[in-house]
Design a protein around this ligand. Structure first.
Ligand code: ADP
Ligand code: MG
Length: 362
């Protein structure tokens, strides 16, 4: 196991990067402690795979350093980093049996056959591959193959970190939750540092103790699932996490108050620093919006049933505001008023939470 440090990492796939958009990773500073369960969450193209490949050594960063337990490993080749990496698509030996596929990473490191056997059977059991051990890998379904691939990542006991790059992409939906909870369980048992990359908020939030949210090659927030939900540091996090995501509404700040469509919106925390911002917005999650006698005038446009609650879409001028309401409760038709929970409403300046120490990335 090892603590992983990323110091001022920048990476461009271009020979002569200039503008910010030439960089796949714009600036990454991170410290991952030993034994943690981390998720790297962000939309396609934000730099997740690039970051993993830099940690494993498949890609050398243009600038910055990778540290394991404080030692600079930036120049070490992948096979000297003791990292297991599971890729998005299965990497297996088709002609070998499932057993030999799982045994390969261990035999490759000279582990004795007795130990190999114990370990292979343990991992096969966990991934429900026990009945298939004698089968040739080529005969398996795509998700069977990906389970082998995951098993090959999990089988070694000497790794510093296990990284999973969107490993459930090819897995059948009904198997996904099962494998995800298996991984979580395994992490709790072995306590090896695990980094799980995904664009799926549910996967990230259920697997990880700490989630690193990325956008356009930068980290926008690191936090527990609860922190990301309750206090998004950036409107992107508020919008990307949650279903539906946080309402982000244009606002005006004057006389020490925040106004939406001319109506003052109370904010417990105060407004923070907004001087010089080009764009001011209010952020409030649908969970913290309710119908009220007075407040923000809206038009109810759509009510949809979402299992345990209803999602209600309203319109206020050019803005759309979602709120959640309990099933069975009354929902006004047409014109109505909304109130936001003042403890859960915040002002964002140019995307970042306005206030002390909120801006500027990681
Ligand atoms: P993610 O895994 O989050 O989808 P990637 O790390 O794969 O993102 O990609 C980040 C950016 O780098 C994207 O703009 C992508 O097009 C670019 N990129 C990734 N791999 C390469 C490569 N081998 N050559 C050139 N550009 C690449
Ligand atoms: Mg990727």
């Amino acid at each position: 196991m090892a603590k992983i440090g990323l110091k001022a990492l920048r990476h461009s796939y271009l020979a002569n990067p200039g503008a910010e958009e030439d960089w796949a990773l714009r600036q990454i500073d991170l410290d991952w402690s030993d034994g943690g369960a981390y998720a790297l969450l962000g939309p396609s193209g934000c730099g997740k795979t690039t970051l993993l490949n830099i940690i494993s050594g498949l890609v050398t960063p243009t600038e910055g350093a990778v540290l394991f337990d404080g030692t600079d490993v930036t120049a070490l080749p992948p096979d000297q980093r003791n990292i297991a990496q599971v890729f998005q698509f299965p990497v297996i030996y088709d002609t070998m049996t499932v057993y030999n596929n799982l045994a390969f990473p261990l035999r490759n490191r000279g582990i004795g056959e007795a130990r190999v056997d114990i370990r292979v059977r343990e991992i096969a059991e966990m991934l429900e591959l026990s009945d298939l051990l004698d089968r040739r890998a080529s005969g398996l379904s795509p998700d069977g193959k990906q389970k082998i691939s995951m098993g090959r990542g999990l089988v070694r006991e000497d790794v510093n970190v296990i990284m999973f790059d969107e490993p459930l992409t090819v897995i059948d939906p009904h198997l996904k939750w099962k494998l995800r909870s298996k991984l979580k369980e395994l992490h709790q048992r072995v306590r090896v540092t695990m980094i799980y990359v995904t664009h799926d908020q549910t996967e990230a939030l259920t697997f990880a103790d700490q989630v690193v949210v990325m956008q356009d090659g930068v980290v926008v927030q690191i936090g527990t699932p609860v922190e990301l939900f309750e206090r998004p540091a950036h409107t992107f996090v508020g919008h990307f996490i949650g279903s539906p995501g946080m309402n982000v509404l244009p606002c005006e700040v004057r006389d020490g108050g925040a106004f939406f469509n001319g109506v003052q919106v109370p904010i417990d925390e105060g407004i923070g620093r907004t001087e010089g911002a080009r764009r001011l917005e209010l952020g409030v999650r649908p969970e913290f919006v309710r119908f009220a006698e007075a407040g923000i005038p809206v038009e109810v446009v759509k009510v949809s049933d979402a299992g345990r609650h209803r999602i209600i879409e309203t319109r206020a001028g050019g803005s759309r505001i979602h709120l959640l309401a309990p099933l069975g409760g009354p929902v006004p038709e047409g014109a109505a008023h909304l109130a936001f929970d003042p403890a859960r409403t915040r002002v964002y300046a140019d995307g970042w939470l306005a206030g002390a120490n909120s801006g500027g990335g990681a």
